[in-house]
Design a protein around this ligand. Structure first.
Ligand SMILES: *[C@@H]1O[C@H](CO)[C@@H](O)[C@H](O)[C@H]1NC(C)=O
Ligand SMILES: *[C@@H]1O[C@H](CO)[C@@H](O)[C@H](O)[C@H]1NC(C)=O
Ligand SMILES: *[C@@H]1O[C@H](CO)[C@@H](O)[C@H](O)[C@H]1NC(C)=O
Ligand SMILES: *[C@@H]1O[C@H](CO)[C@@H](O)[C@H](O)[C@H]1NC(C)=O
Ligand SMILES: *[C@@H]1O[C@H](CO)[C@@H](O)[C@H](O)[C@H]1NC(C)=O
Ligand SMILES: *[C@@H]1O[C@H](CO)[C@@H](O)[C@H](O)[C@H]1NC(C)=O
Ligand SMILES: *[C@@H]1O[C@H](CO)[C@@H](O)[C@H](O)[C@H]1NC(C)=O
Ligand SMILES: *[C@@H]1O[C@H](CO)[C@@H](O)[C@H](O)[C@H]1NC(C)=O
Length: 645
């Protein structure tokens, strides 16, 4: 960057004189560091006769300078510059120039070429942090880098090459962080801004947001998180001027309340997605106004940790006509009646996906009404519901005939009666069921009705439900013959007999099997599995199955043709198992984890190199018998493979 500008020619402003008088200014500007958003031209139309070299030579220059002009004059000069490249170049001169340039709004420019210039030369200069989409630029500033100066530089620099479309600011420098000044520059220079995300910016308040509202009328997505100084007033400004807003995300903004949301509801008639979390000022009034006015367009709604009551859910149930995805989390003031009214509101006919977490109002009666009120529900996730019991779950699945996926997490009152009741009563569409951390399950021997089946089920996932044992698996094996993906993890009570029953009844051919943490399984399981499903099995996880030995690896080497992902971490496998796999002619593993296998040693080096010809990932963590020099050789030889050690 020794020759940034070479100013010579007829239109000289100050012949022979330096632009700089203040040696501090350029270094201040350079302290921005790279990547900087200002375009540095390499070949420039000449303007000033004295060639000058950045940073080193100014000190020797005389005092006469364009710098003596007051801001008003420089402003007039700058707005007459012919194009964005020239403005960018001038912005490189000093902080003062940058700041003046960034205060010139689009409609104050005098040149004919107000529209964005899109030359290839400019594009090739653009910094690597940028992501290009729809011809628009995207910028992200984080932590200490988020300052007003950088925002000004972004505003001036991007105007020249396509225009800023997306801006993300994540936190800011506590001593000289982002304020309304930086946002004003953005508002002036970036009228095409569509996406704005402000996280953790205590120094940005209503005035800053109003600047954006004044300049960025095309804003479509606004995401405010931890901006305590922004109040309803700021949101009102946005609502009035950015009527094309489609997505609104508010999180932990303690001073935004109902009035702001009412304004958004009133002016922004195209709101498609709303997510509001942990805003103590937001109550029923705000949610009701927002949801009722966006009734025909709102498709995604997420309400989390809010002080709303049954009233809000009633409004959602009645006005949520277009809602396809609904997430309700931690709503302590919503009761059973709220869910009941929501289900009976007759509005949620398009709802496809519903997630409810930590809502005490989800009771048997409440959930049954929801099942009846959502005739197109496909995915249902229920987390941490203390009051829901078996009969409520079964009535829900009976009502929700279109359900494809059911996920229950920490629902401790659900027992195996509720689990099998759901499997037997749900419609013919249920493809996936998942139970995580449900402690109410006991391993009883049940008598199921004869000839009952659940042939639609493809994926079964039982994770960390301690009561789940062999009896339950035997019943499952008899019911579900079309399983493809099975995850049974952390089930200490399960033994070979339970798993074998599932394996032997499975007609479809298993594709993904995850048995991690099922400590009591033996090689017998792997031997039967690979013999029966070796032509379909693609992924097998035996992490922590410590009774699994080399015999299993031999069976895998002989029978698996499609397996690409194998995890035998903490198993009792040794060098000879690895050697057996390396000898196999049909095994083409891409991912192998032997982490924590302390019996695998340096002797496996040749076998690992052989296996490594197809590997993309190899996990050797906590393999105490493999030395670092062996790892070094592997890293060198298997350069395509990502090795963890
Ligand atoms: C405007 O831009 C065009 C090409 O983008 C260029 O040919 C023309 O000279 C510019 N006019 C001025 C006044 O800079
Ligand atoms: C914030 O800015 C000051 C002054 O320029 C600088 O010294 C400090 O390192 C910055 N803080 C962070 C977290 O980057
Ligand atoms: C909306 O923008 C216009 C000009 O862009 C401005 O005059 C007006 O004050 C803005 N309104 C609000 C409420 O910010
Ligand atoms: C809002 O969207 C409409 C339709 O896409 C478009 O015609 C209009 O120009 C947009 N308004 C603004 C201020 O961007
Ligand atoms: C919830 O709303 C009530 C009544 O509007 C209010 O008294 C209470 O402080 C609010 N609680 C929280 C956590 O915001
Ligand atoms: C929500 O519940 C809390 C505690 O149960 C109560 O103090 C508050 O008034 C309730 N808020 C509303 C809006 O009903
Ligand atoms: C297998 O299950 C374990 C334990 O639940 C989980 O951490 C892991 O991600 C699963 N692996 C795959 C490939 O699904
Ligand atoms: C399974 O293993 C656990 C822990 O090793 C043990 O406590 C339990 O008795 C075993 N269960 C069976 C049925 O073998």
């Amino acid at each position: 960057m020794s020759k940034l500008f070479e100013f010579t020619g007829e239109n000289d402003f100050c012949p022979g004189g330096p632009i700089y008088t203040n040696p501090k200014e350029p270094s201040l500007f350079l302290s921005l560091g790279l990547p900087v958003d200002v375009y540095f031209p390499s070949r420039k139309r000449s303007r000033i006769s004295a060639p000058f070299v950045f940073a080193e030579r100014f000190e020797q220059k005389k005092q006469v300078s364009i710098e003596v002009l007051p801001d008003e004059c420089l402003f007039e000069i700058f707005r007459r510059l012919p194009g964005g490249e020239e403005r960018s170049a001038c912005a490189c001169v000093s902080k003062r120039w940058l700041s003046l340039l960034s205060s010139i709004c689009r409609d104050e420019l005098c040149s004919q070429n107000k529209s964005a210039v899109k030359s290839t030369e400019v594009k090739s200069k653009v910094e690597d942090e940028e992501i290009e989409g729809d011809g628009c630029l995207s910028r992200s500033l984080e932590g200490g880098k988020a300052t007003d100066i950088r925002l000004a530089a972004i505003a001036v620099g991007t105007a020249n090459c396509g225009g800023l479309g997306k801006l993300f600011i994540r936190g800011s420098n506590s001593s000289r962080g982002v304020t309304k000044v930086g946002l004003r520059a953005i508002a002036c220079g970036c009228p095409s801004l569509k996406v704005l995300s402000l996280w953790n910016l205590p120094s940005v308040g209503d005035e800053g947001l109003s600047e954006i509202a004044n300049g960025c009328h095309m804003l479509e997505k606004l995401d405010l998180s931890q901006c305590p100084a922004i109040t309803d007033k700021g949101l009102l400004a946005i609502a009035k001027n950015c009527t094309n807003l489609t997505d609104l995300v508010l999180e932990s903004c303690s001073n935004i309340g109902n009035e702001g949301l009412q304004a958004v509801g009133q002016y922004c008639t195209n709101l498609k997605s709303i997510s509001i979390k942990n805003c103590p000022g937001v109550g029923d009034q705000g949610i009701a106004a927002l949801v009722s006015s966006a009734s025909n367009v709102l498709t995604k709604l997420k309400l989390q940790s809010l002080n709303i009551t049954d009233v809000s859910l009633a409004v959602v149930g009645y006005y949520g006509k277009a809602v396809t995805d609904l997430v309700l989390t931690s709503l302590p003031n919503v009761s059973e009646r709220g869910f009941w009214v929501m289900g009976n509101g007759q509005g949620l006919h398009k709802l496809k996906s519903l997630t409810v977490t930590s809502c005490l109002g989800v009771t048997d009666t409440g959930l049954e009404a929801v099942g009846k009120g959502c005739p197109n529900l496909k995915q249902f996730c229920l987390h941490k519901c203390a009051f829901l019991s078996d009969s409520g779950l079964v009535s829900f699945t009976k009502a929700a005939e279109t359900l494809e996926s059911l996920q229950l997490e920490e629902c401790h009152r659900i027992t195996q009666f509720g689990f099998f009741g759901s499997l037997l009563n749900c419609g013919a569409n249920l493809k996936a069921i998942s139970l995580v951390n449900c402690f109410g399950i006991r391993d009883l021997k049940l008598d199921l009705p004869e000839l009952s089946t659940c042939n639609s089920l493809r994926s079964l996932s039982i994770r960390n439900c301690p009561g789940f044992g062999d009896n339950t698996l035997v019943l499952l094996g008899n019911l579900c013959a079309q399983l493809r993906n099975v995850e049974l993890s952390g089930l200490q009570e399960v033994t070979d007999a339970g798993i074998l029953s599932v394996l032997e009844n499975c007609e479809a051919g298993l594709v993904k099997v995850n048995l991690s943490g099922c400590v009591n399984l033996s090689d017998k399981v792997v031997s039967v599995m690979t013999e029966q499903h070796g032509w379909t099995l693609e992924m097998l996880n035996l992490d922590g199955c410590r009774r699994i030995t080399d015999a299993s690896l031999v069976a895998i080497a002989e029978n698996c043709f499609l397996l690409y992902d194998l995890d035998v971490s903490k198993c009792a496998t040794t060098d000879s198992g690895i050697a057996a796999m390396a000898r196999s002619k049909q095994l083409f593993l891409q991912v192998l984890s032997v982490s924590g296998c302390s019996l695998i040693s340096d002797k496996s080096l040749p076998a690992l190199v052989k296996l490594g010809q197809t590997l993309l990932g190899l996990n050797l963590q906590h393999c105490n018998a493999i030395s670092s020099s062996t790892v070094d050789i592997l890293v060198e030889r298997l350069w395509r493979c990502d090795i963890l050690s």
